[in-house]
Design a protein around this ligand. Structure first.
Ligand code: FAD
Length: 457
């Protein structure tokens, strides 16, 4: 293993030229939009990043003030709209009910850990309401999620923790059902399964959600500038309180800045270089051959080969499967993925892993002739303590962050973007946002005492 691996450094901004995800096959009219030929010289609020976090912040900034063109909000995206992690993920909207909870409970206590779980679960209702009320067509679908274990010892440890949470009488545990070995093989249809759990989850077309939120914000006054890379931020604000921000299209001055830059944060805010590390992952779209037989599996999955070794998957209405993960196949080759913000190529160790995946994993898919139709990489912002960084950036008045969402942003980012928008717009404190206490970005968390980036504990 590379001995430099635990000394992350600041990274270049997202580079041009990248693998093409399935989600970017139907592009929105705003994909390369620039609201004006030149950037405005100044703005009240500047959002950097046009993924899920930036879109949520933009949407919520205008939520209370529809048509208020004087609000002065500019969003800068270095590449096209939603071309970072959000446009390249697995589309899995799956709260983590008991897996990460164990780690958080050991580190911070049960109450703080349970706050995170409830927050994640609340995303399903929040997104359902927003998507319905705003008429955003993003294939949002709710179903059950199977968490299937192939290793008996791993399952036994998970079951013991599940039993302890049930004994605590936590409200959300009533949604979790245990599956025996037989049920995991016949109902969940997973070969060699030793057992598992199921609970409520969802999936969606992430690009269409982001494009929908951005379209609403633009219609209410957001100035959107894609293909505009932020290259630097001045060290001090002007006397009037405006930060000078250098971009590939000139300088813009902003009173408030929201970093929605996820994996790429440390390029602009080097104090985050140990707290948020860019780490590459791979995702695929798999489809059975036309007319070939296969059994429908409308549920979503996480299939665990052992501690820290898992694959996630959703089924789309068109019959295709989006599958990714298998980090364990390349974890010991850090040059392929760790501290790596390049999504222009696949990860060699996992490149062919998903060939024949459905046939070898699921009962009923043996004759499906399923093949990988598309594969792509994306860059996640792995946080050292596995928690996102949300709130006011220490020692930089007027600067805020919502980043470090790991491979688990879909049930976390939407309300994080809302919270950071409220902090920037209404000058409320982190505790007033109602976010889980563990999410607050603090000076202490910038010199982390944990390092989960090389593999989740
Ligand atoms: C392969 C893969 C699979 C995943 N699967 C899932 C999943 O199934 N479920 C789940 O919950 N999560 C998943 N995730 C994680 C999830 O996608 C992220 O947590 C989430 O999308 C983060 O959103 P974001 O807006 O913070 O980041 P991003 O979507 O990466 O947005 C950040 C944006 O900022 C822009 N930017 C950065 N720096 C600059 C700059 N200097 N100037 C201008 N623009 C800049 C980038 O170009 C980018 O568009 C996956 C991630 C990957 C990569």
């Amino acid at each position: 293993m590379d001995s430099n691996v635990h000394t992350p450094k600041p990274f270049p901004q997202p580079a041009a030229g990248y693998t093409q995800p399935f989600w970017r096959t139907e592009l929105d009219d705003l994909d390369s939009h620039q609201s004006s030929a030149d950037l405005p010289p100044e703005t009240e609020i500047l959002i950097i990043g046009g993924g899920y976090a930036g879109a949520s912040a933009a949407y919520h900034l205008f939520n209370d003030a529809p048509q208020d063109k004087s609000l002065g909000v500019v969003l800068l995206e270095g590449r096209e709209l939603c071309s970072g992690a959000t446009g390249r993920n697995g589309g899995h909207l799956r709260p983590d009910l008991y897996a990460a909870t164990k780690v958080y409970q050991e580190r911070y206590g049960l109450e703080a850990a349970a706050e995170v779980v409830r927050y994640e679960i609340s995303h399903m209702k929040q997104l359902e309401e927003t998507v319905r009320n705003e008429g955003i067509d993003c294939d949002l679908t709710f179903t059950r999620s199977y968490d299937i274990f192939l290793d008996a010892d791993h399952l036994a440890a998970a079951k013991a923790y599940y039993d302890s949470l049930v004994q605590y009488d936590l409200d959300f545990m009533s949604d979790v059902e245990y599956l025996t070995e037989k049920e995991a093989q016949t109902i969940a249809k997973v070969k060699n399964a030793k057992g598992g759990f199921s609970f409520s989850a969802g999936h969606l077309w992430p690009y269409k959600l982001v494009a929908g939120l951005i379209r609403i914000a633009v219609s209410r006054g957001l100035q959107l500038h894609t293909k505009t890379m932020v290259t630097g931020i001045g060290q001090t604000p002007s006397l009037e309180g405006f930060w000078p921000v250098t971009t590939s299209r000139g300088v813009i001055h902003a009173r408030k800045i929201i970093f929605a830059t996820n994996a790429y944060t440390s390029a602009l805010a080097p104090e985050y270089s140990r707290a948020i590390v860019p780490c590459k992952g791979l995702c695929t779209q798999i489809q059975a051959a036309p007319g070939a037989p296969y059994e429908a599996i409308p549920e979503t999955y996480v299939i665990r080969h052992g501690p820290g070794c898992f694959i996630y998957q959703i089924s789309r209405k068109d019959g295709s499967i989006i599958v990714g993960g298998a980090e364990y196949t390349y974890r010991d080759s850090p040059a392929q993925w760790y501290s790596n913000s390049e999504d222009g190529s696949v990860i060699p160790n996992v490149e062919t892993y998903f060939d024949g995946y459905m046939q070898r994993t699921f009962h009923g898919w043996e004759d499906s002739q399923a093949t990988v139709k598309q594969k792509w990489t994306g860059v996640m912002g792995y946080s050292a303590d596995s928690l996102p960084h949300i709130g006011a950036i220490p020692n930089k008045p007027g600067q805020f962050i919502a980043a470090g969402f790991n491979g688990h942003g879909m049930p976390v980012v939407f309300l994080g973007g809302k919270a950071v928008a409220e902090m920037a717009q209404k000058s409320i404190s982190f505790s007033q946002t109602g976010l889980p206490r563990l999410f607050e970005t603090t000076a202490e968390r910038l010199t982390p005492i944990y390092d989960d980036t090389m593999g989740y504990p």
